[in-house]
Design a protein around this ligand. Structure first.
Ligand code: NIG
Ligand code: FE
Length: 419
C-alpha cells in the first residue's frame, strides 16, 4: 500500500547513528556525534525526530510505515563532491602502459590521457552519454553515495561542453542521486588551440560560460591550474567572468607541484579547491582563513602510483574544512568507492575514521553548498540514509575495499538494497 506523503515513517532498531556536525572552525574534537539504539521519524522526506535511548517504540508505528534496521549502523548518504562521469570509454590501455613504466604525463604528452577522452566525447551523442552517466550513477549508489558533484570537461568546444552538461542533466532527471553540475571547459587546452591557448580562454569566457548560464546547465565553473593546463593569469580571467555570471568557483590545483592554487582560491572566495597534494604550510594557512572547502582526492594519487598525498593532517590541525571525493574519471581515478577513499584518507593522509566519515558526508555537503540539508541526520536534514552492516563508524574506513551499504534511502524512500 502506498503511504501518503506527509505521513511519518519510521526506521527503528538502529544500533548506532552517526550525526556529522556542522563545521565550527575546526574538525578537531568530535566531528561526528554517535548515538546508540534509537529510531528515526521521517516526514516529507526529512528527518523529523530522533527517538531517544530507552524510548523503544515510536508513536504511530504500523506494519506499513516501519523499516527495521536490525541493529545496523546508520549514517547520512555519502556525498562525492568531485567526479568526472561524462566520458565515453575507460582507458585501460593507458593503465597497461603505466604498469610497464610510462608515466601519466608521458602518456598525455603523446596524445593519450585527457585528449583521448576528448575524442570519445566529441564522437558520442547526447543519448549515448546520458545512458552511460545513468549507469555510472547506479555505480555510485551501490557505494552509498546519494549526491554528487559532476563535471563536464572532455568536450572542450562550445557544442561538446553543452552536450556534456545536457547529457548529465538528462541522466540525473531519471535517477535518485542528486547531481550538482560543474562546467569544466577549462580542463586542458584542446588540440585545435594548441598554438593559441588564450584564444581558447576567450571562447570559454565569451561563449561557453554565458551559454551554460543561459541554459542553466551548471552551478559552478572549474579550472585545472597546472603547467599542462591553465596558468594563473588565465585562471583569474575565467574566474572573474564566472563569478560575475553568478557561478560558484572550483579549482583543480597543486596536483603535481605547489602553485598558486591556495592564493587564487582565497582571492576569489572559491567554493572549493581540489587535489592540493603539494600545498605547503603558507597555502594551508591561507585556506583555513578563507573558509574554502579543500576537496581531497587520495584515489588519484594512489592510482597514479604516486607517493605525495595531500597534507590532510596539517590541514585539519590548522583549521581547514576538508571533503573527500573519488575524482572518478577514466584516467587518474576510475573508482566510484567513496568508502575506499575514506580508508586511503586514514592510511595515507593521517585522518581518523571519524574525520574521514565527516569529510565524505558533511564535507561533501559544504563542497556543494548543501550543508543545511545534506550531510547529517539531525532533525530538518533530508532523509538520505545508509544502513551498514557495521557496529561502529570506524569499520567503514577499516574494512578497506569491501564496504558497501545494505540499504540506501533517498528522501526517506528505499532506493537500493544490497542482495
Ligand atoms: O582530476 N587533473 C585533471 N583532471 C583529472 C584527470 C582527468 C583524466 O586523466 O582524464 C583529475 O585527476
Ligand atoms: Fe578532477
Amino acid at each position: 500500500m502506498e503511504i501518503e506523503r506527509g505521513t511519518p515513517r519510521y526506521i527503528v532498531n538502529i544500533g548506532c547513528l552517526a550525526l556529522p556536525q556542522p563545521f565550527e572552525g575546526s574538525l578537531l574534537g568530535e566531528p561526528v556525534k554517535i548515538k546508540k539504539n534509537l529510531w528515526l521519524e521521517i516526514k516529507n522526506g526529512r528527518i523529523s525526530r530522533i527517538g531517544h535511548e530507552g524510548e523503544p517504540e515510536p508513536p504511530g508505528v504500523e506494519a506499513n510505515n516501519v523499516f527495521d534496521a536490525y541493529s545496523m549502523l546508520a549514517t547520512p548518504g555519502l556525498i562525492d563532491s568531485h567526479t568526472h562521469p561524462v566520458f565515453l570509454n575507460f582507458r585501460q590501455s593507458e593503465f597497461v602502459r603505466r604498469c610497464r613504466g610510462e608515466t601519466y604525463q608521458q602518456i598525455a604528452a603523446a596524445g593519450g590521457g585527457i585528449l583521448s577522452s576528448i575524442r570519445g566525447v566529441r564522437e558520442a551523442n547526447e543519448e549515448m552519454l546520458s545512458a552511460l552517466i545513468f549507469n555510472r550513477l547506479e555505480g555510485f549508489l551501490e557505494f552509498g553515495v546519494t549526491a554528487i558533484e559532476a563535471k563536464s570537461g572532455y568536450g572542450l568546444s562550445l557544442a561538446d561542453e553543452l552536450k556534456s552538461l545536457r547529457s548529465l542533466k538528462k541522466a540525473a532527471l531519471d535517477h535518485p542521486i542528486e547531481v550538482s553540475p560543474t562546467l569544466l571547459a577549462a580542463h586542458v587546452i584542446p588540440p585545435e588551440f594548441r598554438d593559441n591557448p588564450d584564444g581558447y580562454v576567450d571562447l570559454v569566457c565569451n561563449s561557453i560560460i554565458p551559454q551554460a548560464v543561459e541554459e542553466k546547465l551548471a552551478n559552478a565553473v572549474d579550472v585545472f591550474l597546472d603547467d599542462s593546463a591553465f596558468n594563473p593569469k588565465q585562471t583569474r580571467r575565467i574566474f572573474k567572468v564566472a563569478k560575475e555570471a553568478g557561478l560558484d568557483l572550483r579549482l583543480h590545483a597543486d596536483q603535481f607541484s605547489v602553485g598558486k592554487g591556495a592564493e587564487i582560491a582565497a582571492e576569489f572566495g572559491a567554493l572549493t579547491v581540489d587535489h592540493m597534494d603539494y600545498t605547503d604550510e603558507n597555502g594551508i594557512e591561507a585556506l583555513a582563513k578563507s573558509g574554502v572547502t579543500v576537496v581531497l582526492l587520495p584515489g588519484a594519487v594512489f592510482f597514479l602510483g604516486l607517493e605525495h598525498y595531500a597534507p590532510a593532517r596539517m590541514m585539519i590541525e590548522k583549521g581547514c574544512k576538508v571533503a573527500l571525493a573519488t575524482d572518478f574519471n577514466p584516467g587518474s581515478s576510475p573508482t566510484q568507492s567513496l568508502p575506499l577513499m575514506m580508508s586511503l584518507a586514514c592510511i595515507k593522509m593521517g585522518m581518523t575514521p571519524q574525520e574521514a566519515l565527516w569529510a565524505a558526508t558533511m564535507g561533501g555537503a559544504y563542497a556543494t553548498k548543501r550543508q543545511d540539508e545534506l550531510g547529517s541526520l539531525m532533525p530538518g536534514y533530508q532523509a538520505d540514509i545508509c544502513l551498514w552492516n557495521a557496529e561502529d563508524v570506524e569499520y567503514l574506513s577499516y574494512a578497506y575495499g569491501s564496504v558497501r551499504p545494505e540499504v540506501v534511502f533517498k528522501r526517506g524512500e528505499v532506493v537500493s538494497i544490497f542482495q
